[in-house]
Design a protein around this ligand. Structure first.
Ligand SMILES: NC(=O)c1ccc[n+]([C@@H]2O[C@H](COP(=O)([O-])OP(=O)(O)OC[C@H]3O[C@@H](n4cnc5c(N)ncnc54)[C@H](O)[C@@H]3O)[C@@H](O)[C@H]2O)c1
Length: 319
């Protein structure tokens, strides 16, 4: 099978793609390489903007995966105009040319951010998706538009992923568990902005498994799937990072608990992904911390701007 991964040089793609190669798939990546290239040599590289692809460029692929766009709130808020183009329009443009070129399946990296601020309810895919901030709105735009194209010859699988964390060869230190781990090591303190807020957390290894399950699922399957390893309050994540660095690194760190209002609060059910895709997460926040501890030598240059999407984006943004 031949797969094209748009945005495959990013944080998730850099863990997923070696696994796809191991399974014998032929993989090409189209990417602007904002954060460098940490992919294995066996991957075909297309250094281009998605908007510069044409129908002919996507001929011959069996599946296309979208992992591109602006991937967090600070980037989206820094340049809302660029955000709505990148996250709202690039996915349907790519799905549109892929479908015309005869690609059989499109997999979209969406986000649980679409749920916005919910109050103490476990959300499944039928619950209202109502967010009021640019990232959440644009991820829903992308999702809605790509799903519109599904039919019996073109499967569309849209993930709503929790906050991904853990080690990737293209590392990010701006994701909740990774950020707390970094501050525990650099400042000897973890700041919890609001301990009551709920977040689904997705271990990066489980994220890669979810894409593999989607790629390998029956072609008749399409739809929206919540994908997470588990639901946690941010307060609990802080406690787990605190006890993890004590357990593995014998380091005592301080916990600063604040009560800052947040506009995102949600916990999600992954029953549909379990039932339909056979997605069974194997990780949790504790194993994410183990993963970070094991790989910590590889991202010791904590101030490298490449680990913080907003720092790179401010330099390259068209704003
Ligand atoms: N990381 C998370 O916690 C998380 C959670 C939910 C959803 N998602 C979604 O998953 C996807 C991947 O996330 P990530 O953390 O790997 O992102 P990332 O920021 O690490 O990587 C994104 C990649 O896309 C490329 N890119 C962006 N716009 C492009 C364009 N127009 N043409 C070609 N390449 C382009 C960038 O160069 C980069 O390599 C994103 O769509 C994000 O919104 C991520």
């Amino acid at each position: 099978m031949k797969i094209l991964v748009a945005g495959g040089a990013g944080y998730i793609g850099s863990v997923l793609i070696p696994k796809l190669l191991e399974r014998g798939y032929e993989v090409d990546v189209i990417d602007l390489f904002w954060f460098g290239n940490n992919l294995p040599g066996k991957v075909g590289i297309i250094n281009k903007d998605i908007f510069h692809l044409e129908e002919n460029d996507v001929k011959g692929y069996d599946q296309v995966i979208f992992l591109a766009g602006l991937s967090n709130d600070p980037m989206a808020e820094y340049s809302p105009a660029e955000n709505f183009v990148s996250n709202g329009s690039a996915p349907p443009y790519l799905a549109y040319i892929a479908k015309k070129a005869g690609v059989r399946r499109f997999i979209y990296a969406g986000s649980c951010s679409v749920y916005g601020y919910t109050v103490n309810e476990l959300y499944d895919e039928t619950c209202p998706a109502v967010s009021s901030y640019p990232y959440g709105i644009s991820k829903l735009q992308g999702e809605t538009a790509v799903l519109q194209m599904m039919d019996k010859n073109f499967s569309v699988i849209a993930f709503r992923q929790g906050t991904v964390s853990g080690y990737s060869p293209r590392m990010r230190l701006d994701l909740v568990v990774n950020t707390m781990f970094k501050f525990a090591l650099t400042d000897g303190a973890i700041t919890v902005n609001n301990p009551a807020i709920w977040r689904p957390v997705l271990a990066i290894q489980d994220a890669a498994t979810a894409y593999i399950r989607a790629i390998e699922s029956n072609e008749e399957i399409s739809g929206i799937f919540n994908i997470a390893s588990g639901n946690y309050t941010v307060g609990e994540i802080g406690d787990l990072v605190h006890s993890g660095v004590k357990k593995y690194l014998d380091k005592d760190v301080k916990l600063n608990i604040k009560h800052i209002q947040d506009y995102r609060n949600y916990k999600v059910s992954i029953e549909k992904a379990k039932k339909v895709l056979s997605f069974h997460p194997k990780h949790d926040v504790e194993t994410i911390i183990e993963d970070l501890v094991e790989n910590r030598e590889k991202f010791q240059d904590f101030n490298n701007p490449v680990y913080y999407n907003i720092q790179v984006f401010k330099k390259i943004s068209k704003k």
